[in-house]
Design a protein around this ligand. Structure first.
Ligand code: FAD
Ligand code: NAI
Length: 469
């Protein structure tokens, strides 16, 4: 870029939020440009995609080891080739990040590889990855710099012995003992991977339930039981007091959250998974007088504008759930606000999926949230153990649960723990978007034999009775 040339739009950050906004801007005829190394951000490089590759292949390995005899399949010697499993992960990641570069070209997005910082309100200085510097002026600027793992005080992250999710997708050997601090989504997904590959995994969680924010308590109990059967151990209501990572074996002093018995846990690998925090360091926010709130989030209005209206913020570095599809919706909406003055994201209909086996998925509100809001609701459930397809597949743990307004029957929340829950939640999300009632779902034909019939029958159980349970 020529430093003097002013662009319609400069986007800082090439993660899901930033790259989607750039493509959308290109489609709308804006001249957009983008910063920093590999495109795809956390999600493609060290998040969603590599973790799902490992989850999928470790599940396959675990299933071949433990779940074939009863299906009439006798297998011989089964061995883990961790190096090749990691290669398969890298192949998926590389293919997808290259795909974004192609889409940039197709949509006339100029891509500058470097680290950006505000020089003034319209100028961004870039430290180029390949050396040197440049700067670019934008009529409009979008900040989409994402998030980073929250560190645990006193433990030094070296991504080998004390790791975040980034280390957890790249370990060179299966640890003997792994302790996970934090039983949220990362802890359970990455804990599952290494437990399936042979590590003894203990999850230490501060709260009385696993799953992180938003997971329904009944669902959380159910998945904890199933993961427990798979070999993971859980210490709930437990606080990590301090850690010692000075020797080869890491030691963690833990005690009951409400005070009480202390003990010391030992592990060869400790995964710190206590949440993520917005990442804005080095961005030069001070130079333009932009502030963050007490959680580090950039403050915006309902059209993603900061107090400098030509600077907008989307994705993990501002409010809302830190999810790739949320970032993607915002990437589209922010460009619509810029070009058409309207845009829309329904924050009540953003699904959450945890890709353990079975998967957990939900959308809308959970029971605790409805109780707290004083909403009168009714609920209906259907277990996969009564679903013909799940039984035939010999994969029938879990259930589907609907929460609906007691008076109007409008669906308020859908909570699923079970096979393919992550795909099934799309129907729940659509139902929420369309303001559907449980009766709308119950009176819709669902193909037989499919897992989706459990979805229909749980809806039927909410306003009347299920047929098969
Ligand atoms: P990011 O993806 O973090 O992208 C920000 C980008 O900005 C990065 O490329 C960064 O390098 C760049 N950047 C930062 N500062 C600068 C600067 N000064 N100059 C230039 N560039 C800069 N979400 C899901 O929905 N589903 C999942 O299955 C899922 N799995 C996950 C698994 C893991 C292990 C992790 C860690 C996260 C996962 N997430 C998942 C969350 C998801 O990755 C994030 O919500 C998503 O990446 C947010 O997108 P973003 O664009 O806001 O930020
Ligand atoms: P999280 O917020 O999901 O869970 C963190 C857990 O750690 C909570 O249960 C919390 O109570 C616990 N905790 C916090 N401090 C603790 C302490 N000192 N000791 C013990 N426990 C403690 O955060 P996580 O798992 O790190 O993931 C971060 C975010 O990344 C998620 O919230 C999600 O937005 C995103 N993500 C999404 C995925 C998906 O969609 N499948 C997969 C992985 C990450």
């Amino acid at each position: 870029a020529t430093p003097s040339e002013e662009k319609d739009l400069v986007i800082i950050g090439g993660g899901v939020a930033g790259y989607v906004a750039a493509i959308k801007a290109g489609q709308e005829g804006l001249k957009a440009c983008q910063k920093r190394g590999a495109l795809g951000g956390t999600c493609l490089n060290v998040g969603c995609i590599p973790s799902k590759s490992l989850l999928n292949n470790s599940h396959l390995y675990h299933q071949i080891l433990h779940d074939t005899k009863n299906r009439g399949i006798d297998v011989g010697d089964v061995k883990l080739n961790l190096e090749n499993m990691m290669k398969a992960k890298e192949t998926s990641v590389n293919g997808l990040t290259k795909g974004i570069e192609f889409l940039f070209k197709k949509n006339n997005v100029e891509y500058i590889k470097g680290t950006a910082a505000f020089a003034d309100e319209h100028t961004v200085a870039v430290n180029l990855v390949d050396g040197g510097e440049t700067s670019v002026r934008g009529k409009n600027i979008i900040i989409a710099t994402g998030s980073e793992a929250t560190p645990f005080p006193g433990l030094t992250i070296d991504e080998e012995k004390v790791i975040t999710s980034t280390g957890a997708i790249a370990l060179k050997k299966v640890p003997k003992k792994m302790v996970v601090i934090g039983g949220g989504i990362i802890g359970l997904e990455m804990g599952s991977v290494w437990s399936r590959l042979g590590a003894e995994v203990t999850v230490v969680e501060f709260l009385g339930q696993i799953g992180g924010p938003g997971m329904d308590a009944e669902v959380s109990k159910n998945i904890q039981k199933t993961l427990g059967k798979q070999g993971m151990k859980f210490m709930l209501n437990t606080k990590v007091l301090k850690g010692d990572d000075s020797a080869e074996i890491v030691k963690l002093d833990v005690e009951a959250a409400k005070g009480g018995k202390q003990q010391t846990l030992e592990a060869d690998v400790v995964l710190v998974a206590i949440g993520r925090r917005p990442y804005t360091s080095g961005l030069g926010l001070d130079n333009i007088g932009l502030e963050t709130d007490n959680k580090g989030r950039l403050v915006i209005d309902s059209e993603y504008r900061t107090k400098l209206p030509h600077i907008r913020v989307i994705g993990d570095c501002t409010f809302g759930p830190m999810l790739a599809h949320k970032a993607e919706e915002e990437g589209v909406a922010v460009i619509e606000f810029l070009t058409k003055n309207y845009g829309h994201v329904n924050y009540n209909a953003i699904p959450s999926v945890m890709y353990t086996h079975p998967e957990v998925a939900w959308v809308g509100q959970n029971e605790a949230e409805l109780k707290e809001a004083g909403v009168k609701y009714k609920s209906g459930s259907f277990p996969f153990s009564a679903n013909s397809r799940a039984k035939t597949n010999q994969d029938a743990d879990g259930f589907v649960k609907f929460l609906a307004d007691a008076e109007t029957d409008r669906i308020l929340g859908v909570h699923i723990v079970g096979p393919n829950a992550g795909e099934m939640i799309a129907e729940g999300t659509l139902a929420l978007e369309y303001g559907a009632s449980t009766e709308d779902i119950g009176r819709t034909s669902h193909a037989h034999p499919t897992l989706a019939e459990a979805f229909k029958e749980a809806a039927m159980a909410t306003y009347g009775k299920a047929i098969h349970y």
